[in-house]
Structure formats: structure tokens, C-alpha cells
Design a protein around this ligand. Structure first.
Ligand SMILES: [Zn+2]
Length: 559
């Protein structure tokens, strides 16, 4: 039997490329794009003011707070500098992606429309496929302001310009009209000098020397456009009680080529206690792998114990991070050379998760979970389910048993759906196993099952088309078929049968691990097709949720 090394760091890097548990956490909470009336394609057909007011109300407003009392004076001072830097980055992002947003706001009288422009950092509704909501603005340019508005794809392809594909340059025109490459550190020199100076000030007072190293290298990066040394230093930093993610990071705003990165900032305080718990759980990964409820040959790989997974309280979201839906997790760096050298880090944002739990999950559970079990909908269970989902990506099998290659290569387009489904179900398995080891409070395990069920309702309420949505439905239908929960037809609520749930979790774990290990694409597709659809009774319940006006996402009060 060959033991193949499998580190959690690699598993997390792998997860970074998957839908469902990375930055598309927002779509799970997003309103359907189908909300736009069919045939509504003219640029000037914008929603009526009442509809815009309803869209604003669909973002629950929550404060962003964290306990700083345990921090040193220096770290608190550093946070102050980092917040100032974050606000500059926020303004830079407005200019980068929209241009003169204040000028646009000054032309709008309706307060709800103004507020909606602020939430979206522009006149296009991010949760509704960028549908324009201000008359006369027209559709969003796919290339935002990263490229000249009149540039064609042919012109870009033909241009022989060093740096044109760089994530850290814009494409502009010179006085003669020819395309030129302008680095961010030139285009945004004023703002970036201010941000760099604040990072250096923070470095001088922060308690952790490695964090200070990172801040100094990040300041250099903002002024040089060479981000790799600072990404390396960020991965070398393990113990700082505070953190900041700042710079041009994700490329989703560039819908033309997906090349250019948008500026954003997160200012973060580490949850030391949860991070320590996670490290302790990681020690049990080899035992958890051996205990998987599947034949031995499907659990022969050995998981590593070097997870870089931590919990944080967010103090500030700026720029790209604050536009539209709010992410509950960060997976970085994106630089694949740094990932290969140092792995990657996942940051779960606990207070943002709590806000979504309170404003979205609890109202859904109030509608769809049997009243006798609503007391089992708890934030601790929700948070554990998410955290163990992440850890569970490191369990299981990465290479097919026939020795021909990876599960990813064998399952191709089904890979993400199976990997997310595996992480969900093995997360529940881990919770049960850790409860059995005395590592988790056994009395509360049933909370995790009920909260998991409510979490499925939340994830699929706008549709189950994404990889993780399909995985959710496979789990739902498979567990339901085995009696793990049942619907009360009179009340339209759902109730978990805990004994059957435990058995069904083991059965689904075995099924998914076996399909992955066999690498049998046809069997995997047949199983997905059999179980991946939203059943009519559940669809009716989800439709009934619409009348309750449950928020679709949150907007942060952080001034
Ligand atoms: Zn995942």
C-alpha cells in the first residue's frame, strides 16, 4: 500500500480554486439574476425608486466590531494606521473602477438610489448581474476602467506591449491614441505613497516582528509593483495578533479579461482562542483519516497537520472587498509561485459570519425548521460547520485508486461539486468523531446537524446551479431518502432524526469517497443527476421564503 503525502496546505490551495468555499461565498447569498424582467435589455430601463429602496433594504445593515482589549498599545496604534490606509484604498478603488463617483452622486436626488450607489460603488447592481439602476449610465463596461472604453479585443491582442497582461497595470492611450501600459504605482502614485507611509508607521509600532517585516515589504510593493516578496513575508508571519490584507488583489472586476486586480483592504484581529483550537484539531487529522467510514483502500493517503487556517474578527472592509456582497473568508495569496513555496492561508471572518447568521440564517430557520429544534440553531454550530468543512478538504483521497492520476483529472467538471460535497459531509463526520474523542461538547453535536440543514436552505434558496449548490442538493436528497430529516406537510417545516442522520452521514461519506477514489466519471455524473435536483416540496418552501423579505446580504456600518 503506498502512502501518498497529502498536506492540508496543499488541500487548502486546491480549495482556493474551487467555487463554493472561496470568494464566491457571496453568490451563495446573492439574489437571482433572473430578477431582472425578461427582455429588459435597454440601457435606460432602470428600476423604479420603490424597487431600488427594496434593494437597499435587502442589505441588512450591521456594525463591524471586535474586542481590542487584549491587544498591546502598539498593536492598537497600528490598527489605527491600518484603518487610515484602508480608507485611502477604498477611495482609490472608487477611482480605479468607476472614476468620479462623487460627481455621479451629486447628480442623484433620491436617497435610496444614492445609498445603493454607495453599496455598489457605482450605478450597477452587483447582485443583479450589474444591471444599471441610474438612468442614462448604460451597461457596465466589462473592462471597468482598466482599459480604454473604445479598445477592441483585436487591438489588445495585436498590441506588443510588455506588461499588458500584468495584474498591476492599466492600459491607456497616449496622446497619439496608441495603447500604452501604465503601472498602478505610477497611475495611483499619490494614494499609494500615502498608504505606504501608513504601513511603515504601523510597522514601527506593531508587536510581531514578522508582521512588521510584511508591512515594510508591502509598502515597497505598493511603490514598485513587485508584490511577491511581501506575499512570501505574509506567509512567513504566523503569530501576529493583528493582520491586514491590502493592495490590488482579486481580478473579478475585470470582466473583459480577468487580468487586472482591484484594490481592497481588510483590517483584521485574530481570534487567538479559535486559532489554537484549530491547531489542536489538526493534530487529530491522521486519526480522523483512519476513522473515515469507508473501505481502507479509500483512506490510505495521509493528511498533514500543517493547516494555515485561522479565525479573525474583521474591523474594516475597504474597496473591492466592500462592494456588493461581503465575503466571509479570504484565501490568499493568489500568486501561484508563492503558493508552491509557502502554501496558502485561509482566514475565516467570524464577525461577518455572525452577522450573516443573525440576519439571514436565523430567519430562514424560523421559517423552515421544526419549532422543537429551533433552539439548536446556534452560531457556534454554524461556525464549527464552516471551519470543519475547510479542515475536511484535507481528508479523504486526492489520487484515484487505479494509479492513473488525480481525482481532479478523473472527475473534470464534477471535481468541484464532489470536493465541496465531501468537505460538507466529512465536516459533519469530524464533528461527530471529535465529540467521541471528548474534544467537542457531545451534548451540542445535534446542534450541528440542525444548523447544517438550515445552512442548506440558505445556500440553495436562490437556486442550486453552482458546484456547491449541486453538492448541497445531493446531500439533502441522499440524507432525506435515509430518513435523516422529514418534512411536516401541515407546517412546511423540517425536523432532524439524529440517529438516522448519523448513519446517513457515514453512508454519504463512504459514497462520495468511493466515487472520488474510483475516479469513475460516469458513475459520479449518474449519482449527481440522480440526487442533485431541488425536490418540489423543498422548492415550494423556498418560494414561500420570498414573502418574508429575508436579507440577501449585509452592508457594514464602519465609519
Ligand atoms: Zn470548500
Amino acid at each position: 500500500m503506498s502512502i501518498r503525502p497529502l498536506t492540508l496546505a496543499i488541500a487548502l490551495t486546491f480549495a482556493a480554486g474551487l467555487p463554493g468555499c472561496t470568494r464566491e461565498a457571496p453568490p451563495a447569498d446573492s439574489a437571482p439574476t433572473a430578477a431582472a424582467p425578461a427582455g429588459d435589455t435597454t440601457a435606460d430601463a432602470v428600476p423604479a425608486p420603490a424597487e431600488i429602496a427594496a434593494k437597499v433594504a435587502a442589505y441588512a445593515e450591521v456594525p463591524l466590531t471586535a474586542d481590542l482589549s487584549h491587544l498591546s498599545e502598539g498593536d492598537r496604534q497600528a490598527i489605527d494606521y491600518l484603518l487610515q490606509a484602508g480608507r485611502i484604498v477604498d477611495a482609490l478603488f472608487r477611482r480605479q473602477v468607476y472614476g468620479d463617483l462623487d460627481g455621479l452622486l451629486s447628480t442623484i436626488d433620491d436617497p435610496a438610489t444614492r445609498r445603493f450607489v454607495e453599496i455598489n460603488y457605482g450605478p450597477w447592481d452587483i447582485l443583479d448581474d450589474h444591471r444599471p439602476f441610474v438612468a442614462g449610465v448604460g451597461p457596465r463596461p466589462p473592462g471597468a476602467r482598466f482599459y480604454p472604453a473604445d479598445m477592441t479585443k483585436e487591438e489588445f491582442a495585436a498590441a506588443d506591449l510588455p506588461g499588458k497582461d500584468s495584474p498591476y497595470t492599466i492600459i491607456a492611450r497616449d496622446e497619439a491614441g496608441a495603447l500604452v501600459v501604465v503601472p498602478y504605482h505610477v497611475e495611483f502614485a499619490d494614494e499609494l505613497h500615502q498608504v505606504a507611509a501608513l504601513l511603515l508607521k504601523a510597522a514601527d509600532v506593531a508587536s510581531d516582528p514578522k508582521f512588521a517585516d510584511y508591512l515594510r515589504l508591502r509598502a515597497d510593493a505598493l511603490l514598485s509593483g513587485d508584490y511577491q516578496p511581501s506575499d512570501m513575508a505574509w506567509m512567513d508571519m504566523k503569530d501576529s495578533p493583528i493582520d491586514v490584507v491590502i493592495g490590488p488583489i482579486e481580478s473579478y472586476q475585470d470582466q473583459l479579461y480577468g487580468l487586472k486586480t482591484a484594490f481592497e483592504a481588510f483590517v483584521l484581529v485574530k481570534d487567538i482562542e479559535w486559532s489554537a483550537r484549530l491547531q489542536r484539531f489538526a493534530q487529530h487529522l491522521p486519526a480522523l483519516q483512519r476513522g473515515l467510514p469507508v473501505e481502507d483502500r479509500y483512506k490510505a493517503e495521509m493528511p498533514g497537520t500543517d493547516a494555515d487556517l485561522n479565525a479573525y474578527f474583521a474591523l474594516y472592509y475597504g474597496g473591492d472587498a466592500n462592494a456588493g456582497a461581503k465575503t466571509i473568508a479570504i484565501n490568499l495569496p493568489n500568486d501561484e509561485e508563492v503558493q508552491l513555496a509557502k502554501g496558502s492561508r485561509r482566514l475565516q471572518l467570524e464577525n461577518t459570519m455572525r452577522a450573516k447568521f443573525d440576519t439571514i440564517l436565523v430567519p430562514i430557520a424560523d421559517a423552515l425548521i421544526d419549532p422543537s429544534q429551533r433552539g439548536r440553531i446556534t452560531f457556534d454550530a454554524f461556525f464549527e460547520n464552516v471551519m470543519f468543512h475547510e479542515v475536511a478538504h484535507g481528508l479523504g483521497i486526492k489520487n484515484t485508486l487505479d494509479g492513473r492520476g488525480t481525482v481532479r483529472e478523473a472527475l473534470t467538471d464534477l471535481t468541484a461539486s464532489y470536493e465541496e460535497g465531501k468537505a460538507d459531509i466529512l465536516g459533519l463526520y469530524m464533528i461527530g468523531a471529535l465529540g467521541g474523542m471528548g474534544e467537542l461538547d457531545a451534548d451540542k453535536l445535534d446542534d450541528n446537524y440542525v444548523t447544517f440543514l438550515a445552512g442548506i436552505f440558505r445556500s440553495v434558496r436562490f437556486g442550486a446551479g453552482s458546484a456547491h449548490g449541486q453538492a448541497n442538493m445531493v446531500a439533502f436528497n441522499f440524507l432525506h431518502e435515509r430518513g435523516a430529516f422529514a418534512r411536516n406537510a401541515a407546517s412546511g417545516t423540517w425536523r432532524v432524526d439524529f440517529a438516522k442522520m448519523r448513519e446517513a452521514v457515514d453512508a454519504l461519506s463512504a459514497k462520495i469517497l468511493t466515487l472520488q477514489g474510483d475516479g469513475d466519471y460516469e458513475a459520479a455524473r449518474a449519482f449527481r443527476d440522480q440526487y442533485g435536483k431541488v425536490p418540489a416540496a423543498l422548492q415550494a418552501d423556498l418560494d414561500a421564503l420570498a414573502a418574508r423579505e429575508i436579507p440577501v446580504d449585509i452592508v457594514l456600518r464602519q465609519d
